[in-house]
Design a protein around this ligand. Structure first.
Ligand code: PLP
Length: 359
C-alpha cells in the first residue's frame, strides 16, 4: 500500500476496503452486490438507517437533529444552505478563512444577501481569525465557518459563540476527526471523501427547526425538508458510497470512537509538526501555531527547486499526494482519520533524511 497523503478523495482504512471486497459480489448471501439492489429493499433500508444511527451514536448527535445523506458534494451545500435559510433582510455571515470559505461565500452571494464577519486574508489565510474579532450582523440568518481549511491547513481550535446566531459549519475536511458539541451548531455539512468514505455522498447534520419547512419556491431536490421527510430516500441514493460510509463508521467505532480518533490524529501530526519545528528553518510550517490543522499539514522549503525535488523523491519512496495545492504552492500532507501512524512515521523519517542530504 502507498503512503497515501492525498487531500481528497483520500485514504480509506485497509480493513474497510478488504471487507467491501469480500462483500463486493455477494452482499450477505443476496446473490448480488449492494450496488445492484433496489434502494427500496429491506437490505438497503437497513444500511441507510444504520448509517444514520451510527453517525448519531459516534458523533453524539442529539435527537432534535436530522442526519441527511445527500448528493452533490459539499459544493452543492454552498448554495443549498443559503437557498433554504436566507430571507430578505437576513444575510448569511461568513468567516473568511481561505479557499473553501471563499467558495462558500461566492455561492451564497448568488442566492441572497451576505456579510463578511471576519477575515484573515491580510495574513494570507495562515490563521483562523480571533474569535473576538468576529462581527455578526444582528439580523444574520446564520454565521458560516469552514472548520478546517483543507488548502491552507488551518483549523479552528474553538468555535465562535453561537448563543445569538445559528452557527453553520463546512466540516468537509475534519468531520469526526475530534469530538464536537453538536448543539453549538444549527447545520454541519461535509463531503464524505476525506474522513468518512468515498466521494458521492454528502452528510448534512441539521437541527430540526431549521429544516422542517423550506421556502416553497426552491426545487424539490434542493429543499432540506424533502430529504428530512423521506429519510434521505426521496430519489435513488448513492447507495454504494453510503454503504462504504457505514463500514468506515464501524471501523471508527472499533478503534474506540471519535475521541480516540482525535488522540490518534494528534499523535500522527505531532510527528510531522515536530520534524518541521526541529528542522532549524529548513522546513517552515505555513499555518500559525494556534491555527494548525490536525488534518492538513502545510509547509514549505526555503527553495522551490528543493520543493520539487522533495515531491519527486517522495514519490520514488512510495509517498503520494505531498505536493501543495496549486493555489498556495509548497507541500501538504493530509493526515485524515484513515492515514496510519506508520505512514506519518515514515514521512517524518523521510523529511529528516531529505534535510540531511539537502540542508
Ligand atoms: N469544503 C472543503 C473544506 C473541502 O475541502 C472541499 C473539498 O475538497 C469542499 C468543500 C468541496 O467538496 P465537494 O468536492 O464534495 O463538493
Amino acid at each position: 500500500r502507498a503512503f497515501n497523503f492525498n487531500a481528497g478523495p483520500a485514504a480509506l482504512p485497509l480493513e474497510v476496503l478488504q471487507q467491501a471486497q469480500e462483500q463486493f459480489v455477494d452482499y450477505h448471501g443476496a446473490g448480488m452486490s449492494i450496488m445492484e439492489m433496489s434502494h427500496r429493499s429491506a437490505e438497503y433500508e437497513q444500511v441507510n438507517n444504520e448509517t444514520q444511527a451510527l453517525m448519531r451514536k459516534l458523533f453524539g448527535i442529539p435527537d432534535n437533529y436530522h442526519v441527511l445523506l445527500l448528493q452533490g458534494g459539499a459544493s452543492t451545500q454552498f448554495s443549498m444552505l443559503p437557498m433554504n435559510l436566507l430571507q430578505p433582510g437576513r444575510p448569511g455571515a461568513y468567516v473568511m478563512t481561505g479557499s473553501w470559505a471563499d467558495k462558500a461565500l461566492k455561492e451564497a452571494k448568488l442566492i441572497g444577501e451576505t456579510a463578511v464577519a471576519a477575515s484573515s486574508e491580510a495574513d494570507k489565510f495562515a490563521r483562523i481569525p480571533n474569535l473576538g474579532d468576529i462581527e455578526i450582523p444582528a439580523e444574520a440568518a446564520y454565521l458560516h465557518i469552514t472548520s478546517n481549511e483543507t488548502i491552507e491547513g488551518t483549523q479552528y481550535a474553538a468555535y465562535p459563540n453561537s448563543d445569538h446566531v445559528t452557527l453553520v459549519a463546512d466540516m468537509s475536511s475534519d468531520i469526526m476527526c475530534r469530538p464536537v458539541d453538536i448543539s453549538q451548531f444549527g447545520i454541519i455539512y461535509a463531503g464524505a471523501q476525506k474522513n468518512l468514505g468515498p466521494s458521492g455522498v454528502t452528510i448534512v447534520i441539521a437541527r430540526d427547526d431549521l429544516v422542517q419547512n423550506s421556502p416553497k419556491h426552491i426545487p424539490t431536490m434542493l429543499r432540506y425538508d424533502t430529504h428530512v421527510k423521506s429519510s434521505s430516500l426521496y430519489n435513488t441514493p448513492p447507495s454504494f458510497s453510503v454503504y462504504m460510509v457505514n463500514l468506515v463508521l464501524k471501523w471508527i467505532e472499533s478503534k474506540g470512537g471519535v475521541a480516540q480518533m482525535e488522540q490518534y490524529n494528534r499523535d500522527k501530526t505531532k510527528l510531522i509538526y515536530d520534524t518541521i519545528d526541529q528542522s532549524g528553518g529548513f522546513y517552515r510550517g505555513f499555518a500559525h501555531a494556534g491555527s494548525r490543522s490536525i488534518m492538513n499539514i502545510t509547509f514549505r522549503i526555503h527553495n522551490e527547486e528543493l520543493e520539487k525535488l522533495f515531491v519527486k523523491e517522495s514519490e520514488q519512496h512510495g509517498f503520494v499526494g505531498l505536493k501543495g495545492h496549486r493555489s498556495v504552492g509548497g507541500l501538504r500532507a493530509s493526515t485524515y482519520n484513515a492515514v496510519p501512524l506508520e505512514s506519518c512515521k515514515a514521512l517524518a523519517e523521510f523529511m529528516a533524511d531529505f534535510q540531511k542530504r539537502n540542508g
